[in-house]
Design a protein around this ligand. Sequence first.
Ligand SMILES: [Zn+2]
Ligand SMILES: [Zn+2]
Length: 413
Amino acid sequence: MYCTKVSELARLIACHECAAIYRRTPIVPNATANCQRCDAMLYRHIPDSLNRSLALYITALMLWVIANLFPFLGMKVGGIYHENLLFAGGWALYQNGMGELGLVVFLTSIVFPLVTILGMIYLLLPARLGIAPPQAGHVFQLVRTLEPWNLISVFMLGTLIAVVKLQELATVVPGLSLAALSTLLVVYAMARSQFDSETLWQRIEKIKALDTAVTSIRSDDKILHCHLCDGLQTKGHSCNRCGAAIHHRIEGSIQQTWALLFSALLMLIPANLFPVMTFKKLGKGAPDTIYLIEGGLWGLGLIVLFASIIVPITKLLSLSFLLYSVQKNSNWKPKDRALLYRVIEVIGSWSMVDVFLVGLLSGLVSLGLLANVTPGIGASFFGAAVILTMLAAHQFDPRLIWDRSHHNSAVAL
Ligand SMILES: [Zn+2]
Ligand SMILES: [Zn+2]
């Protein structure tokens, strides 16, 4: 079987969700090309992508600095004024003996956003100036790995709920940091949407004067697709471009996803049995479970109910269903199952809102005898359950849905 179909690997693209192979064709500015089989986006044409995303990442960096240096929220009760910096939530959890949860809050709301922003500037600025950044592959891998764990948007929702909840106790004064963080959220999302990794890698390869490889492939070659940078190759265990480990499919995906799901389920049991926090007003107060529906705060209660009960259960059930269908080699509506997987990935992190809320409230409410919030061990179990379900979703390989169904024409050149 030689050379029945010879093509140029560099001009091909693999769908990252179903592994169908397409030839890249030029598209008009701002248009997107989608997979015909599963509807996932293949690539976009973003005009001036590198300059635009670089400008936005630099703006995001400045906003990050403001958000961390200036007061976040202040509380006024009678004569007492109490002000907090952004890291107060994580710190309060640490001081209450829940360091592991404090660390999660600190990493996902402060450290990971900074590392990804700096990493992107590190890649984009030299490339813009005509220099190939050293260790570009490692930095790119780091950025792509941390991106799903940047939870500023979830943190902001937690802040919003905390502010509404605290209104009943005190006058809440938003600080400059809060404004900077809200703007950062928007700027960061714009920077991500303007960045096109293919343009960056082509630029870096051009600077290095690498032969951007017109590699012949044979029809019986297995095309390996790098999940991080979307590069394609036919041989090897690591990506030629970014160095990430590369597999035809994620190894042991099914077993590992099941294991993570069961661990998450186990964690949800103590999360519901132990209090998540104790809210004491004038010395009186009862331990709060994750429901939080009380005195007139129905709207908030519903958001929290959605994040803490409905999202985790939907996620557990949906992932179990996907795993079961893949194990049974099901042909049932692969396009719908692919969509379900996409939804699970997007909603998963929103459950962290409860953990942020507990951190924020414990950090903000330390008004002595007037009111006090103490985090409970239930919050740690709940945080662990959320992280485990997020890991499970990452470990599941959506390409298995297509491999095992009869809609199996993976090459659509
Ligand atoms: Zn696809
Ligand atoms: Zn790669």
